[in-house]
Write a protein that binds this ligand. Sequence first.
Ligand code: SAH
Ligand code: SF4
Ligand code: F3S
Length: 472
Amino acid sequence: MKNIKNEEEALLQREYIAKMKAVTEKKEKELGRKMRYHIETLGCQMNAKDSEKLAGILRDIGYEECEDESLADFVLYNTCTVRENANLKVYGRLGHLNSVKKRTNPNMKIAICGCMMQEPDEVATVRTKYSFINIVFGTHNIFKLAELMYRLETEDRMIVDVWEGTEEIVEDLPAERKYKFKSGVNIMYGCNNFCSYCIVPYVRGRERSRDPEDILSEIRELAKEGVKEVMLLGQNVNSYGKTLPEPMSFAALLREVEKIDGIERIRFMTSHPKDLSDELIETMKDSEKICRHFHLPLQSGSDRILTLMNRHYDRAKYLEIVRKLREAVPDISLTTDIIVGFPGETEEDFTDTLDLVREVRFDSAFTFIYSKRTGTPAAKMDDQVPEDVVKDRFDRLLSEVQRIGQEMSGRDEGKVLPVLVEDVNRQDKHMLTGRLSNNTVVHFRGTEDLIGQIVDVRLSEAHGFYYIGELV
Ligand code: SAH
Ligand code: SF4
Ligand code: F3S
């Protein structure tokens, strides 16, 4: 069922795109060249996908992409706020950008959007200390970029438009894909889990699943355009479809995606252990297209900490899922996220995490130092762990994760496996770079015309986290 309001909004935005296009054409004539944009994407796959939508709007109003931000007419920072250091980095870079603008590019327009701008304190900081910024918007209204740019032309002051939340999912607007052969596809927005350390539910709003027909027709369209690999995106894909008028499980959605001709690889991100169903594991087992990779964030191996984190699973449940996944899909690669130094974490809790890491033997893991996010329940908890203790634990965890990762890698040496070719190797232009189904990188000799194809490669030499191979 289509929401009429969304269609109206999409139409309205197309009008703004047309209006801005006329403005752009005028500027082009004055300058004797195309207008240029640069988008800097920080944060997760969700933000990367949003940036593609923003780039699509900019393309449709006549801008072309420019790698060097100092030469761009329109610079947009799409921000992340999941950890404090991400925010500090943004402010550092904005200060630098302003000095570039003053020195060499006075007509540059600067915009900032994304998760950081959903925090009222950050918007206040931008208003007072970064008043050179021209447009500020959030995560819920990215589809309005052309309208906001048009307002800037006519109002000539800082345009701030941040929505607290939204029910709407505006479909059918342009997007500029970074790769021709693979694409992220949003299946849901927001998050309802409220893990006690996490700011995402506050900046991305409540969980909303997209209508399956909208998702499937988008993927069919992508397949027609030559896309071979899709990555289904959501903060907790395992709870997909629960709130739809006609509920549908994530596994059922996967089975529908599997039927689409032309799509050869299906990935998804991210899975929360608490909602992971046996149906999903069965679906993966039977699938020819779902990739042999599972990213399953652990966060902690201590039951006590997992409860404080509000994660709704314990180490036994986590290990049980790992066992079932490996039984169903023996060659699966497992990766995870772990937080060190959650408030009240004792040496014993930390040892539980280390033990679990040793037991599971992850192929790789992203390890994070706990970052206090104002407004989350964990920020108010006593016993924040001293910095030097956290640093020491972090180093111990990292070396364990790397040691195990090294041992796990290379287990396919000598095999011939399909590789999706992604790029020419940056260091050696006679070499190509691609990925196995389990997400491991492979470098091998070949020509550029193979980019976007799936080819068989013999994995001759294992080198830690990648292989050197030969086309067969
Ligand atoms: N929705 C995903 C995670 C998105 S955030 C999930 O639930 O798995 C990506 C990762 O950032 C998380 O898995 C967590 O490990 C880390 N993270 C989130 N908040 C954090 C914080 N306050 N401090 C440190 N790491 C954090
Ligand atoms: Fe954050 Fe938890 Fe939601 Fe993931 S599931 S985005 S960690 S609140
Ligand atoms: Fe960051 Fe927002 Fe993603 S806070 S991790 S960019 S959802």
